[in-house]
Ligand binder design. Structure first.
Ligand code: CO
Length: 168
């Protein structure tokens, strides 16, 4: 009985391994196709695309992510305006950080891409600041469940460009 179970488990593992291999060959479908194989899903990277536009908006105000999984997040500036006029970044703050206080410091930190050195301990991860047509991809893993604020830290943008990342 025990031997049979082992054989069965091996057969499943082989099927999963093969289907994983197929997906890696086709990166586009890997990014979009939802999978029902729980085990295969566990091994995949979570991909998130967030856009910012010339109307000072992100396309998402809430992002849900699984704890402990590698996340590949791309910020794309889909507008045309210059970085100095309509710059966008995506900054994830540690829970409990005062967003308004952070943004006030960030607004003065143009020399460091609007990430103030004094606030570095409050930042989980951030993208570069982008102008129209540009994009930046970052990789990170959330290790603690919770609700995290995100914002664009370009001066005055956080009033409109902010949201929650929920890790569970
Ligand atoms: Co912005």
């Amino acid at each position: 009985m025990k031997g049979l179970k082992t054989v069965f488990a091996l057969a499943i593992a082989t099927v999963m391994f093969v289907s994983c291999g197929d997906k890696k060959q086709d990166k586009a479908s890997q990014a979009e196709a939802p999978t029902t194989e729980a085990k295969a899903e566990k091994e995949e990277t979570v991909r998130i695309l967030i856009t910012g536009n010339d109307q000072m908006q992100f396309n998402k105000s809430e992002i849900k992510v699984p704890v402990g999984k590698k996340i590949k997040l791309t910020l794309k500036h889909v507008g045309k305006m210059d970085k100095n006029v309509m710059g966008h970044n995506w900054v994830l703050l540690k829970p409990g950080t005062d967003m308004a206080a952070f943004a006030e410091q960030a607004a003065k930190a143009s020399a460091t891409d609007y990430i103030p050195a004094s606030e570095k301990d409050n930042v989980v991860v951030h993208t570069k600041t982008l102008g129209g047509g540009e994009s930046d991809t970052i990789e990170f893993t959330i290790t603690e469940a919770g609700t995290y604020d995100f914002l664009c830290s370009f001066p005055a943008h956080f009033a409109m460009m902010k949201g929650k990342l929920i890790a569970e």
